[in-house]
Design a protein around this ligand. Structure first.
Ligand SMILES: C[C@@H](C(=O)O)C(=O)SCCNC(=O)CCNC(=O)[C@H](O)C(C)(C)COP(=O)(O)OP(=O)(O)OC[C@H]1O[C@@H](n2cnc3c(N)ncnc32)[C@H](O)[C@@H]1OP(=O)(O)O
Length: 210
């Protein structure tokens, strides 16, 4: 059997595939299923739990089969861009930061239809707070606010120099992005969210900043 075939059918791959398939299921979102080496198939399910789309996502190769090694990082981590707080009442939250704490730079509320949220940025100088409020019925923060009636810290956003390379590399290390492709975030930059179950219980957003 060639080295490649041995790799495909190695005990590790079968084991990883089984483990990942078992742990990746969350309702109404896509499922990453390990395919060959660090490549994944992304299966998206609709409300009836039947599969509605399939995409192929290539992970970074962490073996030496094609000469790419993680000893030479392909991407770099940057600053903390913002801490996002989901709020049940945007006016009350803006009043707290602007008038009670006295923050000078507080943006207007901006609808982000592609993300299902309104955002307000509170600029603290060294980093920002992003206030999030649901936009539309399918907002990804509905469940969070259902469970946290007074709101709470929803995610952190860390800057990276190349979000696609970061995702490929992280997939190879078992860290799942929540979408197969980056979206354009509130600052007009590509962003991707990483599964909180893979990041110590914290929803992590990576934002590409040149
Ligand atoms: C504009 C843009 C930008 O900054 O540029 C944004 O901010 S957009 C910001 C809004 N967009 C996003 O958040 C996109 C990424 N988020 C998502 O895809 C989703 O919200 C998920 C994180 C997958 C959660 O989905 P959903 O609410 O349907 O599932 P769920 O409530 O059943 O939660 C599944 C499990 O994840 C945990 N979980 C849910 N939300 C969490 C959070 N924010 N932090 C940590 N853990 C969280 C739950 O406790 C639960 O754990 P247990 O199973 O143990 O009970």
């Amino acid at each position: 059997m060639s080295y490649l075939l041995k790799n495909i059918f190695s005990k590790n791959n079968i084991l990883n595939s089984t483990l990942l398939s078992r742990t990746l299921n969350t309702k109404n979102i896509g499922v990453f299923s390990k395919f060959i080496n660090n490549n994944y198939i992304y299966l998206e399910r609709n409300q009836n739990r039947s599969f509605s789309s399939v995409s192929f996502v290539a992970g970074a190769n962490t073996t030496n089969t094609v000469g790419i090694s993680n000893d030479h990082p392909l991407w770099k981590l940057g600053h903390l861009n913002h801490v996002a707080i989901a709020v049940p009442n945007l006016d009350n939250a803006v009043n707290f930061y602007k008038n009670i704490l006295g923050v000078e730079q507080v943006s207007e509320a901006v609808p982000q239809p592609e993300h299902g949220v309104y955002t307000v940025f509170v600029n603290l100088g060294n980093t920002k707070i992003e206030l999030l409020h649901p936009y539309g019925e399918k907002s990804p923060i509905h469940n969070f606010l259902e469970k946290n009636k007074n709101g709470g810290i929803h995610h952190i956003c860390i800057e990276v120099n190349n979000v696609s390379k970061a995702v490929k590399d992280l997939l190879g290390k078992g860290i799942r992005p929540l979408d197969p492709e980056p979206k354009i975030g509130a600052h007009g930059n590509p962003v991707v969210f990483l599964h909180p179950k893979d990041c110590g219980g914290v929803l992590v957003e990576l934002e590409q900043v040149e």
